[in-house]
Design a protein around this ligand. Structure first.
Ligand SMILES: [Zn+2]
Length: 210
């Protein structure tokens, strides 16, 4: 089985329960990228679904990479960026991240091609510690008040970070990685309705994305 090993990434053909046959890439990001994009770990998982020879995408000379060859005739390549959510993936019901990820993997599969990036930006880029602190606030407010529900993440985040946006994720790392893989010039179609998120992605990554 072919696989590609470079200094900062390794790629291999894989079969994913939801995405089907794909290329699975583990990409190491450096300290600068981690800081710039508020990542909470130093490795990114990228799943690429192409029409044939998926692994070749990592072999190609980036300047010659043909969109048509790898992604077919679809004008825009479906793209999803999901943030790592260790609590949700282990069954915590405070968020829907895990089910969302599965939904988008299946969507890419049904569209035939696409890219799914799992960015290590736990807790909106604030990390697992902050996320659990947020849960503490939610629980204590729920327990100490007559409220009939716990706080939403946004409500508790406002208590924790009254003067700033709770979501500190940035996406310059996507620019670095896409340039390296030679896929930064393609037009993309973002999967999911995240108004502010897609604006940030567009601004930070420089991708042509709608
Ligand atoms: Zn989550």
């Amino acid at each position: 089985m072919k696989n590609i090993f470079k200094k900062n990434y390794i790629a291999t053909p894989a079969k994913n329960k939801y995405l089907g046959p794909c290329t699975m890439i583990a990409y190491k990001i450096n300290a600068k990228m981690i800081n710039e994009s508020r990542c909470t770990a130093s490795e990114i998982l990228i799943l690429v679904k192409t029409i044939k020879d998926p692994i070749d995408i990592c072999l190609s000379q980036k300047k010659n990479l043909s969109k048509h060859k790898y992604f077919g005739s679809r004008r825009r390549i479906p793209l999803r960026l999901s943030s790592a959510c260790v609590t949700g993936s282990l069954g915590d019901i405070a968020c829907n991240c895990h089910n969302d990820s599965i939904k988008y993997l299946k969507e890419i599969n049904s569209m035939g091609v696409g890219i799914f990036i799992y960015l290590p930006q736990e807790g909106f880029g604030r990390g697992l510690f902050a996320k659990i602190a947020d849960h503490c606030i939610q629980n204590s407010v729920y327990t100490n008040n007559e409220r009939d529900r716990s706080l939403t993440f946004e409500e508790s985040a406002k208590l924790l970070y009254p003067r700033e946006n709770y979501d500190i994720r940035r996406y310059r790392v996507v620019k670095n990685v896409f340039e390296d893989l030679g896929i930064n010039e393609f037009p993309y179609l973002y999967l999911g309705k995240c108004g502010d998120k897609i604006k940030k992605i567009r601004k930070d990554s420089g991708l042509d994305i709608i």
